[in-house]
Write a protein that binds this ligand. Structure first.
Ligand SMILES: *Cc1c(COP(=O)(O)O)cnc(C)c1O
Length: 375
């Protein structure tokens, strides 16, 4: 066992080794074009990614957090407004609301799916609520039907944070085209990742897309004419070119993720104390991560580390308990489901470039722990 090579949680090198020739060619094209910001690569990527999501418009931006923030700005959501957010999420979803000057109002997840529980949204809506932000966490879409029904009833916008769900489906419809507008992150480790920071917004709302194109570029539609106080958050030509190469592989990669997730599901079912992911009948996840839960999570993580297997915790501290949100005065116990998930969740290695042998090795080590531990 100790002779075995350490299996890192995530390694991006094999992917780039595989794509090296195409990425180099794309790099050379951009270099030779002499054009690096808001050019043909961005335009083509926007067209191709909009088509992938089945959306009419795609607006490339600097990163996923900016995508969320610019959406809120474009909707005019700001001081005095409230936005419903999941209590169980990466902090970016909350930060975007705070940046806009509005207040995030957390709603607890469904413990089975880890995504926002639509049954709990209505109680969080006030006269100040302007939007519901759902996050398709770990690559599985939230239960959108009831979310949209509540939003329509109260006249609220539905914003999808699709950072982890490129290609995931809800009742056959694709993530990024399930609400009014969606944000996407192409952080390198996401299912579709750039070679640096990048993000995008998809929507079918022409006016919103038009506003977003100004907001990402100093508030300007026509060079040196600034209609609003915008930002500099553009998806540059090099990153757009890299993303165009990788977008062609996304479906194949997601298919490979599904196969490995299936291998985990079969190898880890019925283990005492171990909770494997639940996939509702309407959901086709893309397995951005493969999360398991165990009451002795830290011991499980250590056991795997000692067996030469890297894991990650997504995430160790919920947003409401972060020092950054101290001012909201939400003490431990405020969001017990979210807190339980954060205490028990563990992401096992899952990447299209892992082999079934790698996954078999992880399964063996998890089984060893679960069967050897009194729970
Ligand atoms: C990665 C991520 C973001 C932020 O994306 P960046 O491109 O890193 O700004 C937002 N929300 C979720 C759920 C994420 O996983």
């Amino acid at each position: 066992m100790h002779n075995m090579k350490f299996l890192p949680y995530l390694e991006l090198k094999p992917q780039h080794q595989d794509l090296r020739a195409e990425l180099n060619q794309a790099f050379n094209e951009v270099l030779d074009s002499g054009w690096f910001i808001q050019g043909k690569q961005l335009e083509d990527f926007e067209t191709e990614y909009a088509a992938y999501c089945g959306s009419q418009y795609c607006v490339g931006v600097g990163n996923g957090l900016d995508a969320l923030h610019l959406i809120l700005r474009a909707y005019g959501i700001g001081a005095g407004d409230e936005v419903i957010v999941p209590s169980n999420t990466y902090i970016a979803s909350w930060l975007a609301v705070s940046y806009a000057g509005a207040t995030p109002v957390p709603v607890e997840p469904d413990l089975a799916t880890y995504n926002i529980d639509p049954q709990k949204i209505a109680a969080a809506i006030t006269s100040k609520t302007k939007a519901i932000m759902v996050v398709h966490l770990y690559g599985q879409v939230a239960d959108m039907g009831p979310v949209i029904a509540i939003a329509r009833q109260h006249g609220l916008k539905v914003i999808e944070d699709a950072a982890q769900s490129h290609g995931a489906k809800y009742k056959g419809a694709i993530s990024g085209n399930l609400g009014d507008v969606a944000s996407h992150s192409f952080y390198p480790g996401k299912n579709l990742g750039a070679l640096g920071d990048a993000g995008a917004i998809t929507t079918n709302d022409a006016e919103l897309a038009h506003q977003l194109k100004a907001l990402r570029n100093y508030g300007s539609q026509v060079k040196y004419h600034n209609e609003v106080k915008g930002y500099n958050s553009r998806l540059d030509e090099l990153q757009a070119a890299m993303l165009r190469v990788k977008l062609k592989r996304l479906d194949g990669w997601n298919q490979q993720r599904r196969a490995l997730a299936q291998q985990y599901n079969e190898g880890l079912q019925d283990l005492p104390g171990l909770v494997i992911p639940f996939v509702p009948s309407w959901s086709e996840p893309v397995w951005h991560v493969y999360p398991v839960r165990h009451a002795q999570r830290d011991a499980l993580q250590k056991h795997l580390h000692d067996a030469g297997i890297g894991t990650m915790v997504h995430y160790p501290i919920p947003p409401h308990l972060q020092a950054a949100y101290q001012e909201m005065q939400l003490p431990a116990g405020s969001f017990p489901l979210s807190e339980q998930i954060h205490a028990e969740i563990l992401s096992l290695p899952l990447d299209p470039y892992l082999s079934p042998d790698d996954v078999a090795r992880v399964i063996a080590a998890v089984r060893d722990f679960a069967l050897g531990t009194k729970t």
